[in-house]
Design a protein around this ligand. Structure first.
Ligand code: URA
Length: 438
């Protein structure tokens, strides 16, 4: 196969076939296609786009560059959720055991955070002893026995994606719907779930800031998933304010786990409860455990309130050697002391939040990475109290900053305050779930 012809075809806007895309990805993985040719191809895709068939074929080629987990032996239907990432997004930590308690098997591969968004894997590392690396057999054994497991993606899962993503990062080709779709779906399909629910976040704290682009991505993700025989659903959720109250690793993990404690659903932030419940219900419905979404919601609420989701959580974490002390409010996770508080500078309404800046405030305290190899402080965090549309009086506490280093806490507090817009007029509250697809 002539790589130059493949690049030339894409440059002219012609449709590539499965064999051409496989040859390109296989050659790149094997080292026979050099980076400069792959970079030229990626830029041609950025300008010319891809048809649905091409996107599915590219996904398949990237998927087959590594191992695919065989979930056919799991005792219950398998389902997973993927979030496009946001600030305060701790949903996976409670959704996985909740879905397990509803009768699903959840084999979840997670990633680390970069930039202003957090990663589930980093949050799990705040649990003493928790093993994020398991071999595939050990991983699937825990999923079969406990109903869920969450591990880091090993280098054997879609390795072509890792290398292509690194090239996209330095060739200005990250923001391209077919490339994003192939990247996300090659990894998601490799873990083998039959139902995939996407939490597509839009807004200032999200990777997709506008809804039209998010719709384009959702359509492409659903088309690829279906072409591989998966049941797909997309929930578009708002990321123009943080999800829940906590932003940071240990503090988010505590908030997520506390929500599953007996009576926790009533005490937990309403947006976290709503989004987790809806995404889990979509998984339950998609897997065919119940006939419709109303019945799925009933099942989710029962598993949440009867303590079975909490029992699953403790069993799953213990199976991955994590040490949680359920008798302690903080489950024995290490959190930094309260360093400072942010208060409302005047009377008025909270009108808008630059969510990305709140994520960067965490980075000011080394709680988020600016570069892939930055070390993280898992103990620091922010507690952000109001919601957009809330009325505030001068002096009301808006946020608490937890950090062991006063100067970094002050810098984070300054950035967080600058991220907020206040209005003298009543400001509308923001809806959480914007629309659905699938
Ligand atoms: N997340 C991914 O995994 N890949 C992309 O290309 C973008 C977001």
């Amino acid at each position: 196969m002539n790589v130059l012809e493949i690049i030339e075809s894409k440059k002219r806007g012609r449709e590539l076939d499965e064999a051409q895309l496989a040859a390109l990805v296989d050659g790149f993985t094997a080292g026979t296609v050099p980076e400069y040719q792959m970079a030229a191809f990626l830029m041609a895709v950025w300008f010319r786009g891809m048809t649905a068939a091409e996107t599915a074929a590219l996904t398949g080629a990237m998927l087959r560059s590594g191992e695919e987990l065989d979930t056919s032996g799991l005792p219950s239907p398998s389902a997973d959720k993927h979030s496009t990432g946001g600030v305060g997004d701790k949903v996976s930590l409670l959704l996985a055991p909740l879905a397990a308690a509803c009768g699903l098997c959840v084999p979840m591969l997670s990633g680390r955070g970069l930039g202003h968004t957090g990663g589930t894997l980093d949050k799990l590392e705040a649990i003493p002893g928790y093993r994020i690396h398991l071999d595939n057999r050990g991983f699937l054994k825990i999923v079969a026995e406990q109903g869920c497991a969450i591990v880091g993606q090993s280098g054997s899962i879609a390795p072509a994606d890792g290398r292509i993503y690194a090239l996209r990062d330095v060739t200005a080709t990250v923001d391209c719907v077919p490339l994003i779709t192939a990247s996300i779906m090659s990894k998601k399909l490799a873990a083998g779930p039959r139902t995939i629910v996407i939490d597509l976040k839009t807004g200032s704290g999200a990777f997709m800031t506008d809804l039209d682009r998010a719709r384009e991505l959702a359509t492409a993700l659903v088309a690829v998933g279906r072409s591989y025989g998966r049941t797909m659903a997309v929930v578009f959720s708002d990321m123009d304010q943080p999800l829940g109250r906590m932003i940071g690793h240990a503090v988010e993990t505590i908030e997520a786990f506390a929500a599953l404690r007996p009576g926790g659903r009533e005490r937990a932030p309403a947006d976290l409860v709503e989004l987790t419940g809806e995404l889990t219900a979509e998984m339950v419905r998609g897997a065919g455990l119940v006939p419709d979404l109303a019945a799925a919601r009933v099942r989710v609420r029962a598993a949440w309130d009867d303590g079975s989701a909490y029992a699953r959580l403790l069993a799953w974490v213990a199976a991955q050697d994590g040490r949680l002390d359920p008798d302690r409010e903080d489950f024995s996770l290490v959190t930094a002391p309260l360093a400072t508080e942010i208060t409302a500078p005047r009377d008025g309404w909270l009108a808008a939040v630059d969510c990305r800046a709140l994520g960067l405030a965490l980075a000011d305290m080394k709680g988020a990475r600016r570069k892939v190899d930055d070390p993280l402080d898992l103990s620091c965090g922010l507690e952000f109290l109001p919601r957009v549309g809330d009325r505030l009086a001068k002096g009301d506490v808006i946020a608490r900053v937890f950090c062991s280093r006063k100067d970094e806490a002050e810098a984070a507090a300054k950035r967080a305050l600058a991220a907020l817009a206040f209005s003298a007029e009543e400001a509308p509250a923001r809806p959480l779930i914007l629309e659905r697809l699938g």
